[in-house]
Design a protein around this ligand. Structure first.
Ligand SMILES: *Cc1c(COP(=O)(O)O)cnc(C)c1O
Length: 429
């Protein structure tokens, strides 16, 4: 792709070599032979590189990068990140178990978010001595105090405040407005910290905020951080020993084909946070998910049929909305590439790329221009590393796909394909 500026670091690890698509050193058509389709393919190098962009951008201040587990909760990916020093943002007791299994020592770098924490989840997190509970309601705070007292373990917490900042993203993943279910009205926070101060089982250690996901402009991050910084200053005046500011996650990527420089984007983000932080010196926590894993992963699928209904052409693949729901759920755009690089003069078609699931909402792209494909051909759905596998289901009784992690030229199967036995295992007749 011609670019005006100097060569930019490619935001994706997928490129044609000898006219076949590769992920770093691995030939993708060989992956299909060895592991079948649909198959999630991830680049370890890309995941590490993205994580290191954040490390680099924030190296001037005390910080912990708590990768948001829900973006992609693969144990192998969690371990890869933990070994580089990552902490984790979790939203359930299940995610806590994933961190424990991936790298037990990382439990002390876990922050626990979510509006509906249950007793068993709070207890497990207290016993694991996690870094911080991000508390999302007054009622949750009192439950936390009660559980901390029962277990005689003091709970470090941050109130997740709702800063009433608008972030331009899909309504399902915007969270920072007072109309959303997330967090506590920032104007009520000071009074709640005051009440919490009366319990010796609660340690008001921080303040947290998270305004949403897939946010492309960094100004809302600056605005939200500035509001939290002002609150921290009030809380310190009130005598609270606030040590952590958790700025949440949400930095977006470019799913399309326009020039996008991840390093620059992270630098802009870091500058926006610094601006919001001003002179505030608390230990900074950030919770990026998508930005680290989305472009490191793709979904490989095989064309089953090409069919015409009236004037429309449908390319039917062996992956469906149960394997990647983002297009159906958010009308998300994903670039789709054929595994064999088309010749320049190759004919193209305009088609809907759809799955086998019995829903008209089961599509990956609509009216997409792509090189003509035929049954048996492989195509790669890009930028599927985040909210891809973690949002899969068994809808239509379809086994979940397998996952491979490419580390340079080494291919590691990190999750085997589900079997019929897996599918039926939990059921009782
Ligand atoms: C989902 C979520 C994140 C991660 O969001 P990304 O857009 O993937 O970076 C971080 N923090 C909280 C509290 C979340 O709910």
């Amino acid at each position: 792709m011609p670019r005006k500026t100097a060569p930019q670091p490619s935001p994706r690890p997928f490129a044609y070599r000898n006219r076949t698509l590769h992920c770093d050193g691995a030939d993708i058509s060989a992956l299909a032979e060895d592991h079948g389709t649909p198959l999630y393919v991830y680049s370890a190098e890309q995941i590490s590189a993205r994580f290191q962009l954040f490390e680099e951008a924030f190296k001037g201040q005390p910080h912990t990068i708590c990768y948001a587990v829900k973006a992609n909760s693969s144990l192998a990916i969690l371990r890869l990140l933990a070994l580089q020093g990552a902490g984790f943002d979790i939203v359930s007791g299940g995610e806590l178990e994933r961190v424990r299994k991936a790298h037990k020592a990382a439990l002390t770098k876990v922050v626990f978010s979510g509006v509906g924490k249950q007793v068993w989840e709070i207890d497990a997190a207290l016993k694991a001595n996690i870094l911080l509970f991000n508390v999302e309601s007054e009622a949750e705070l009192y439950l936390l105090a009660a559980r901390a007292e029962a277990l005689r373990i003091r709970a470090r917490f941050a109130l997740r405040v709702n800063p009433d900042v608008f972030a331009d993203t899909h309504p399902y993943i915007s969270t920072g407005l007072s109309e959303h279910k997330f967090g506590i009205d920032i104007n009520q926070a000071r009074a709640i910290y005051r009440k919490a101060g009366k319990s010796k089982w609660l340690d008001a250690a921080g303040v947290s905020v998270h305004i949403g996901s897939q946010i492309r402009k960094v100004d809302p991050f600056a605005a939200a951080t500035a509001r939290v910084t002002a609150l921290i200053s009030d809380l310190k005046k009130d005598g609270h020993n606030i040590r952590y500011i958790d700025a949440g996650g949400g930095l977006g990527i470019d799913y399309g084909t326009t020039a996008f420089n991840p390093a620059q984007q992270v630098q802009k983000y870091a500058a926006a946070l610094s601006k919001g932080l001003a002179a505030e010196s608390s230990h900074l926590i950030i919770e990026p998910g998508r930005f680290i894993v989305a472009q490191a992963g793709a979904l490989l699928t095989r064309v089953l049929f090409v069919k015409k209904n009236g004037s429309k052409t449908f390319v039917i693949t062996d992956a469906g909305m149960n394997d990647l729901i983002r297009p159906s759920l958010y009308h998300a755009h994903h670039e789709i590439l054929p595994i064999k690089q088309p010749r320049t003069a190759a004919p193209s078609i305009t088609a809907d790329i759809v799955g086998p699931v019995c829903e008209s909402g089961d599509f990956f792209a609509r009216d997409r221009v792509l090189a003509a494909v035929k049954p048996g051909d492989l195509v790669l759905i890009l930028d599927a590393g985040a909210y891809g596998m973690s949002l899969t289901s068994n809808y239509n009784s379809r086994p979940r796909p397998a996952e491979v992690l490419i580390d340079e030229a080494t291919v590691k199967l990190i999750r085997r394909r589900e079997t019929m036995r897996d599918l039926l295992a939990p059921e009782v007749l």
